[in-house]
Design a protein around this ligand. Structure first.
Ligand SMILES: Cc1cc2nc3c(=O)[nH]c(=O)nc-3n(C[C@H](O)[C@H](O)[C@H](O)COP(=O)(O)O)c2cc1C
Length: 326
């Protein structure tokens, strides 16, 4: 399949693996890229820029296909050394960066000078237009369904994607709630030129997370996610567990007076590692999308991507075509 996204990133299939904290190591990124998609290493999972440089080198050893790095601009006072992380990306010869969180505007000249293509993840049309204006090459439009941070507008992809299509000139991928060939065809019908998946890639053989996490996704239906940190305007969609129930109790009690310190001991960060890496499923909140309801197995990335592409072809050539022919 050829779209502006496959052309932009030099990939075979229009499928991107979104950055995932404590998940996006070289093993997963290389597996996705070897399967013809765009795998993404998560920069801030590496404790220092030197560690990121080593992770990028490791990924180059595992694949000769293009892969990217996610750089999440956190709403924190204690900002990580972003310029040094960007140096590691540039020196590592990476040609694709997925930015998320705050606007990447101040770093765009550095990315451009290095010939890096930037795809910015946005949860609204206005942020997507801003990304286009500051020179991003593409946008990942992340609907309310998504695992992780859906923003504060609560607009699902059935509305958000066609709205983005009406306004944007640069290409975009659909993100949030994507799992299979049906998702890809629907996303393309709504104006996207590919799709980005997080939760679906968590439940693959190569995802370097504990088996308990993969099993929890397979077991969950679409009703098992919760939204936390709404009071803090830093909403996160997470899988329900004991930690999340405790967060909900605290958030109800504190209301508008809640501060991050009230729940810090239960949210992702250092604590998320305990769930994702050690499989202690009730220790902290961990990002997960509603799409868990569509995930019933733990394939390799190659099996998953091949299956998505053959489903896509079947839907377009046979299922949809029959309605026209009939
Ligand atoms: C466990 C997990 C961790 C994530 N961590 C990040 C992150 O560090 N930075 C980021 O930009 N997005 C992060 N995301 C969001 C994904 O990149 C992607 O946008 C989202 O998962 C898409 O929705 P889906 O889960 O329905 O596919 C994370 C998602 C999950 C499930």
């Amino acid at each position: 399949m050829k779209t502006r996204i496959t052309e932009l990133f030099g990939i075979r299939h229009p499928i991107i693996q979104g950055g995932m904290h404590h998940v996006g190591y070289a093993e997963l990124a290389a597996a996705v890229s070897n399967a013809g998609g765009l795998g993404i290493i998560t920069a801030l999972t590496q404790p220092t820029p030197e560690d990121l440089a080593r992770e990028i080198a490791r990924c180059h050893q595992m694949t000769d296909r293009p892969f990217g790095v996610n750089l999440t601009f956190l709403p924190s006072f204690n900002a990580p050394p972003y310029p040094e992380y960007i140096d590691a990306i540039v020196q590592g010869g990476v040609k694709a960066v997925e930015t998320a969180g705050r606007s990447p505007e101040q770093y765009m000249p550095q990315f451009k000078a290095a010939g890096i293509k930037v795809i910015h993840k946005c949860t609204s049309v206005r942020h997507s237009l801003k990304a286009e204006k500051i020179g991003c090459d593409a946008v990942s439009v992340d609907g309310f369904e998504c695992g992780g941070h859906p923003g504060e507008d609560d607009i699902p992809n059935f509305i958000l994607l066609p709205r983005a299509a009406d306004e944007l000139t640069i290409p975009f991928v659909a993100s949030g709630g994507m799992a299979d060939g049906r998702s890809l065809v629907a996303a393309m019908a709504l104006g996207a030129e590919g799709m980005n998946m997080g939760t679906r890639f968590l439940a693959t053989k190569e995802a370097p997370v504990h088996d308990n996490v993969k099993r929890a996704i397979v077991k969950a239906d679409e009703l098992q996610t919760r939204l936390i940190m709404r009071n803090l305007r830093n909403t996160e969609r997470v899988m329900n567990n004991a930690a999340v129930q405790e967060i909900e109790r605290i958030e109800k009690e504190k209301g508008e007076s809640e501060s991050i310190d009230d729940i810090r001991h239960l949210v992702t960060g250092a604590k998320g590692r305990l769930v994702l890496q050690e499989g202690k499923m009730d220790e902290a909140a961990w990002s997960c999308g509603m799409v868990a309801g569509l995930i019933h197995d733990i394939p390799t990335c190659d099996e998953l991507i091949q299956r998505i592409m053959s489903e896509t072809e079947f839907i377009v050539r046979e299922r949809l075509a029959q309605f026209l022919n009939g």
